[in-house]
Design a protein. Structure first.
Lengths: 323, 323
């Protein structure tokens, strides 16, 4: 029997499930719509049913554990706590409910999606063999996962690794969390759009390709495409986003001195448009002792599968810890 | 025979040695002037001679290891690297030279002074039993030591934990490292003096007790004494310093979610003058998930002995790791 783990990604819209082998190959996957009920038992029942279905189908595999990436997932307690974009409120004993419903002895572990992505990078991706690195995930928000001495940093409460909410510009842009000026409000996909509109206004750039889109419809992908066509405003959005990221990453390096910082997410599709300004600006924000050390690398995880693959990596790590 | 370790603190002016028991009691200590030669062999010979002397005197003790706190001390390599305020330049194989000269089998370990202080807090101080905390040391500079899962974070290169050089005010005050706006330039003893002079200038405060001192002579201790006498400018220096620290600590909490943040150093003698504004301001800089969690605590290490006690703690930790 092939040894595999089951990775589960809980999102606001869908929940994805994947059977993943030790090399990170997704052998099978499925998706259900995220339950929209408030009742935690009913909510988890819909998930445990799908777990049972996918496990039953994978009858040629030995399931070595289940890993779950979920918003505000608490690794220590197996709970999902006050997740803003899920309908289950308060502190939900997520793993306990699943175990009861599955009536199983599977080891089930849980953390947030950015932490799971960092684990995926370490188990299957570009961070194989690294013991100290950091992962930044760029998307609707900016998440992060921190690996120290070969394991995720969960902190005292299970919620460590919120580099997206470090201060970038004191008194700067509003951030979804309510505190102005956080990195996330500059470097998320939405942050890039805000930078684009600031620059359109500043340059009065009616001739920019970006000038044809409304604020409500412009996406980070549009900015990327415009930049690849040489649009000056779009190019400057990437320059500035790279510089913002460099400043945030410098603070992270001054805390943790990682071997590498991986960047994951949609905006990394722009390649050197994003990475060159990060690398070029980073050096000037670093103490001499850190200059030229930490590498800034694109994640090696596939964008589509990263969430389930990351979650499945969590299960492999638990297996390793228990051996 | 009583089990003890030898703690050594290498400073720019003096090198302090102390025999310390497992409870953190300093059983004996001595000091030599820091060598001022460039030759590393000659330099370390003066230190190894004193080590031999203090060990010979402690003939009723079993020396279980030696710990050293030194500027730019690299834990992994046992080297002191490019230490600005020592006369030995480049990368010095400090532990290797000491071992050769002592012709000994003692386990010798080395890190920087702020990391050693954090270890001291964990082994003997207020952090006993904690597995995730951070130590900020306020003095000529601002140092830090980070404990994750019960051990110091050394990072990929041995130099992690430079929270004093995270960005507080982009484009702000000059910092000794050459990058403007770092936390250190606001929260070190010298940073407090700079805040005092900014406030004197802003308020045109000729009646402040601090208005009697020149920039070259005003100290953080003067500011503390003036604040205790109710001087408004001095009180505002503490208010602002506490707020600056709160902002830096918030970024640290968003990275690491520690159980507590300990503050060590001369300015903590001001007690609640410093701690109240840190605690009062911190909450507004934290994500909801972190509010009311990490405690902000004064270090329990004695100011005078902290450096050798911290270094000695490093040796106890190594012993624990090797068991």
């Amino acid at each position: 029997m092939k040894k595999v783990t089951l990775g589960i990604d809980v999102g606001g819209t869908n929940i994805a499930f994947g059977i993943v082998d030790r090399e990170g190959n997704v052998l099978s996957k499925s998706t259900i719509a995220t339950p929209q009920c408030n009742d935690a038992v009913q909510y988890t029942k819909l998930i445990s049913n799908e777990i049972q279905t996918i496990i039953n189908k994978a009858d040629d595999c030995e399931i070595c554990g289940i890993g779950i990436g979920a918003p505000n997932g608490n690794y220590y307690k197996g709970t999902i706590e006050h997740a803003a974009n899920l309908t289950i409120k308060g502190i939900v004993p997520f793993i306990q409910l699943l175990k009861e419903q599955l009536n199983c002895t599977y080891n089930i572990s849980l953390t947030n999606d950015a932490n799971a992505a960092a684990m995926g990078e370490m188990i299957y991706g570009g961070a194989r063999g690294m013991r100290n690195f950091v992962m930044y995930t760029l998307g609707t928000g900016v998440g992060s996962g921190i690996i120290v001495n070969g394991d995720l940093v969960y902190g005292a409460d299970g919620f460590a690794g919120e580099c997206g909410h470090t201060m970038l510009v004191p008194g700067g842009r509003t951030c979804g969390c309510g505190i102005n000026g956080h990195l996330e409000s500059y470097c998320s996909a939405g942050g890039m759009k805000r930078t684009a509109f600031e620059l359109l206004a500043y340059y009065n750039a009616n001739d920019s390709l970006l000038a044809q889109k409304s604020f409500a419809t412009l996406t980070a992908k549009d900015i990327c495409e415009a930049a690849l066509q040489g649009d000056k405003v779009a190019l400057e959005v990437f320059e500035r986003t790279g510089d913002y990221l460099a400043r945030g990453i410098a603070d992270t390096i001054h805390h943790l001195s990682p071997e590498a910082v991986f960047i994951f997410g949609g905006p990394t599709a722009a390649g050197e448009l994003l990475f060159a300004p990060i690398r070029n600006n980073l050096e000037k924000y670093l103490l001499p002792v850190f200059k030229g050390k930490a590498r800034i690398l694109p994640s090696q995880l596939k964008l589509g599968d990263a969430a389930i693959v990351g979650a499945s990596a969590l299960a492999w790590k638990e297996l390793e810890k228990n051996q």
